[in-house]
Design a protein around this ligand. Sequence first.
Ligand code: NDP
Length: 273
Amino acid sequence: MTDQYAVIGNPISHSQSPLIHSEFAKQTGQNIVYDRLSAPLDGFDRVASAFVGQGGKGLNITLPFKGDAFRLAHQLTSRASVCEAVNTLTFKDGVIYGDNTDGVGLVRDIVENLDMPIAGKRVLLLGAGGAVRGVLLPLLEEKPASLTVANRTVEKAQALASQFAPYGAVRAVGYPDLMGEQFDIIINGTSTSLHDELPPIPHGVFAPDALAYDMVYSAGLTPFLKRAQQEKAGMLADGLGMLVEQAAESFFIWRGVKPETRRVMAILREVLN
Ligand code: NDP
């Protein structure tokens, strides 16, 4: 029997998840269909419940519904519970299981695909919204030398630092505080790239071999990656790898098989270019 999955969001037409999961299914011989579901801003529970009623087995959740999915789940993994956001729901025997695979996706992309260990590195995260919240725990688990969160609204970074204090030290700062400091891994988790803007990082924050990572994926270099290039960062990466790796972890949760991700990244890169 063909099992049904979908990604739900608003807007959703841009989502590449159906392409990614179809490729995973082809590659691993899994019999699934994977669609896009749109829900009105106040209609997440209704659309998700209708999907379950039709026999749906699992959902990926994208903006702005990760909090709604968190509240809908009966059982949460610790990584979903800590960040209070769910991007993967599994429906089984009347129970709704919630997980968050964004952080694992980011860490795998950096450590395995880009071959950059996080352990012992000075890591700087830009932003303090949902994306940053979702990746903090998996980053802390890699044991960086330090983890700094810089945000325009410093209070939001401070709130994250307090919330995650039981899991490891997070330093919260404003952008001007970064003056004169250097980092080995700088991750842009703000939404600036979507508006062709640059987060206000001071010059000189990229250590000589630094990895500059933008969570947004794009055909060309984002303003953040352009700045990193001008400042001679050692490696530049966008969020395409994170997108594919978080999908691979969801696929594994649902189907119990780990798909190979590099080929799917190449296919997706071609589609986006
Ligand atoms: P939120 O709206 O929750 O947060 C936005 C963040 O960006 C805030 O920290 C905000 O700062 C900051 N920001 C916005 N504009 C500016 C600016 N002009 N200057 C400085 N900071 C700014 O968004 P999310 O956290 O949910 O998403 C962030 C990005 O991550 C999105 O672009 C999304 O596409 C991407 N993402 C990628 C994933 C992937 O798989 N590759 C997965 C998840 C997210 P302030 O608090 O001061 O307003």
